[in-house]
Design a protein around this ligand. Structure first.
Ligand code: 3HC
Length: 670
């Protein structure tokens, strides 16, 4: 097998080149090749300096994550990085694309770093539940200072070449198109400089104030995650002990994280997210339909948010409403949202104007005729949707993709109102649609493969994580929400309080519990609006006008700042229903809440998979991570069930009388 590493001689500079597509991950062969190439440069008297660069789209994007959990193959990355740093001849890293994780660490092991202006440098290991385990936590603070090292390691966001240069991580920014030649020239300039600058030999001062401030600023973000604290501890260690001891501490912490559940979950999600984009029975090279203009029907909260996704990606949008007032309100909200983003410095006013200029608001339904994709985002009523699709069928150009943003309804029944069901599918965005990453793409019985492939690719363009779902009430996410809500309501009658149930969910890591969610979304949603027909606690709340946060009263009472407190009135209503229904009371434990609200979600996920309504278990996990804020360190409901042990989940479900999915019983979930 040919090595992914080759060398070239440019005068007295040895250029070491990696070619390991797609992202030059530092797999075993790359590590072996790098080490051998450094030895080659050291041994050759005609060589005075070395350059390490990569072919393809990026400098090393990190350790090869697919090797994690497998038996280690020598040389390990820390050894390779140390070998580079120990070289008696200067080594220059030539960076383009993204120097991430182990890639960044290779660069830090080099004595100099040059980069193109578009390059990014970072240590995203924390997002995989890890820390930079090849000396990164010890070399970064020595080169860039404690504060930036904390930012880069514990938060994991990459920085630009410019910022890296300002911080002392990059020695020179070179031409975008002349990296190879400029790096060799730079090596020529520094080849005789002694002593050779080695990051490990630099001193770094403790900065307890910076550490304390950083921890305080990010306490919420880091809540319940193991890895950020470990990253911080390693950076702090770098300021306290000699390099070698710091490295030993880093290694110990790295191994602890690597063998823990959180990192396993986060690595699972890394691959799950990428896997979700793949459609099992549609080839990756399926020709796509061009999407040059998108139509959105409905300028309400959802329609407006949906439109923003395309505008932000530079795709023009025609947005249609029934009345001028609603149209004006909708476009006003879009502008306001963009302006708020600009005020936070995340957009320029020029970009706001460009996005708004690409929006055509209109009352004329016929204006949708030149759209390549039309997304309907009106009321959740089948009759209304069918009427709209019938009309759309007469207007949309041939080949246009017709999508519904329905959260529950049958896409096939909607498609049947057109003469072109092959062009119809669901695009279920999550609220707020311009923020939430998830897109459920609902494949109807007749949806054409290229229509599905086009929308999945488009999702990537608008930076969504898309998951294919089949036609089933509530698709993947909302269908799994239903058993959770049913049980949560029953538990109230049996003796639990909304506070207790929500607390268990928040402690589990969810952003909020079922009743906090009901208050946020609106207790009146789905209510039949008949004050004389009160069938459960929720109806009783709705009939009293306790519609949730918007009314400052729902399952909780709220003050003006929307801070919740337990509601005595709700306690009364619950008691009233306990009495009316004669429900026997018992002390509900936190464990029972987990078994009765979270396990049934797993069970429903298993049923969805058995019915073929989701392609794979990891897709179900992606839905819950990106659509509902399931804690990423638990890897989604299906991964979590595996961590818990299928046997335990099955036993818990059976204990409470649930009918358990066959695949869960047999542990054959895929
Ligand atoms: N190891 C193995 N495979 C990787 C990989 C890695 N580090 N990074 C990306 N890939 C694979 C992806 O799975 C994907 O495979 P597929 O085509 O079969 O689905 C392919 O490379 C392309 O990746 P993307 O679709 O993500 O391509 P993008 O161009 O959108 O993004 C990227 C490129 C920014 C490099 C992104 O892939 C990324 O962020 N990668 C992970 C970076 C990372 O976390 N590095 C740290 C690794 S841990 C480490 O280094 C430990 C060390 O400290 C000891």
């Amino acid at each position: 097998m040919t090595s992914p590493i080759r060398t070239e001689r440019h005068g007295d500079v040895l250029v070491i080149i990696a070619d390991n597509p797609p992202v030059n991950a530092l797999g075993a062969a790359v590590r072996q090749g790098l080490e051998a190439a450094i030895e080659e440069g050291e041994a050759d008297g005609a060589i005075a300096a070395m350059v390490i660069r990569c072919d393809g789209r990026t400098f090393f994007a990190g350790a090869d994550i697919t090797e994690f959990g497998k038996p280690p193959v020598e040389p390990m990355l820390p050894t390779v990085v140390d070998r580079i740093e120990a070289s008696s001849k200067p080594v220059v890293a030539a960076i383009h694309g993204t120097a991430l994780g182990g890639g960044c660490e290779v660069a830090l092991g080099c004595h100099y770093r040059v980069a193109v202006p578009s390059a990014k440098i970072g240590t995203p290991e924390v997002k995989l539940g890890l820390l930079p385990g090849a000396g990164g936590t010890q070399r970064l603070p020595r080169l860039a200072g404690v504060r930036l090292a904390l930012e880069m390691t514990a938060k994991g966001d990459p920085i630009s070449a410019k910022r890296a240069q300002e911080a002392g991580l990059i020695d020179r920014i070179v031409g975008e198109d002349s990296l190879a030649a400029d790096a060799v020239a730079f090596a020529g300039e520094v080849k005789a400089v002694r002593p050779i600058p080695r990051a490990s030999e630099r001193a770094v001062q403790p900065d307890p104030e910076a550490v304390a401030a950083f921890q305080k600023e990010n306490a919420r973000r880091f809540r319940s995650f193991d890895a950020p604290a470990a990253n911080i501890a390693c950076v702090v260690k770098a300021t306290e002990v000699p390099f070698d001891q710091g490295i030993a501490f880093e290694r110990k912490e790295f191994l602890r994280l690597m063998t823990g559940n959180q990192s396993a979950a986060q690595r699972h999600i890394f691959f799950a997210e990428r896997q979700a984009a793949k459609i099992d029975d549609v080839p990756a090279d399926t020709p796509l339909r061009p999407i040059r203009r998108v139509g959105v029907i409905g300028a309400g909260t959802m329609g407006g948010g949906i439109a923003m996704n395309f505008l932000s990606a530079g795709i023009p949008v025609t947005i249609v409403e029934m009345a001028q007032e609603a149209l004006d309100r909708g476009t006003g909200v879009i502008r306001k949202n963009y302006e708020a983003t600009a005020a936070k410095g995340r957009m320029t006013s020029g970009q706001v104007d460009t996005a708004m200029a690409a929006l055509i608001p209109t009352l004329d339904f016929d204006a949708l005729a030149d759209c390549d994709l039309v997304i309907e985002a009106v009321y959740e009523t089948m009759a209304v949707k069918q009427e709209i699709f019938g009309r759309l069928d007469g207007i949309a150009k041939p080949g246009a993709i017709l999508a519904s943003n329905t959260s529950y309804l049958d896409i096939d029944a909607i498609a049947a109102c057109t003469s072109r069901p092959q062009d119809v599918l669901g695009m279920h965005f999550f609220s707020p649609a311009n923020v939430m990453k998830l897109l459920e793409v609902v494949r109807g019985a007749k949806t054409a493969p290229d229509v599905l492939a086009t929308v999945m690719a488009l999702a990537k363009t608008i930076r969504k994580v898309a998951v294919v779902a089949g036609v089933t009430y509530g698709f993947i996410g909302n269908r799994m929400l239903m058993p959770r809500q049913v049980e949560a309501n029953k538990l109230l009658l049996e003796g639990a309080t909304p506070e207790q149930i929500d607390r268990v969910h928040v402690a589990f890591g969810m952003p909020m519990g079922p009743f906090q969610m009901a208050d946020l979304a609106g207790v009146d949603i789905g209510w039949h609006r008949d004050p004389n027909r009160i069938e459960n606690v929720r109806d009783a709340l709705a009939a009293e006008g306790r519609w949730g946060q918007k009314r400052q009263a729902g399952f909780y009472d709220y003050d003006e700042k929307r801070n919740p407190s337990p509601s005595p009135r709700v306690a009364e209503i619950i008691q009233d229903w306990r009495d009316k229904t004669g429900t026997p009371q018992h002390e509900v434990t936190d464990e029972e809440i987990v078994e009765r609200t979270l396990y049934p979600m797993v069970n429903e996920g298993a049923l969805i998979l058995e019915e073929g309504k989701a392609q794979r278990a990891s897709d179900v996990d992606v839905v819950w991570i990106y659509g509902y804020g399931w804690p990423v360190y638990r890897g989604g409901p299906m991964f979590w069930a595996k961590t818990e042990g299928y046997d335990k989940v099955v036993a818990g479900l059976e204990k409470h009388g649930f009918t358990v999915a066959q695949s869960l019983k047999s542990g054959s979930i895929k």
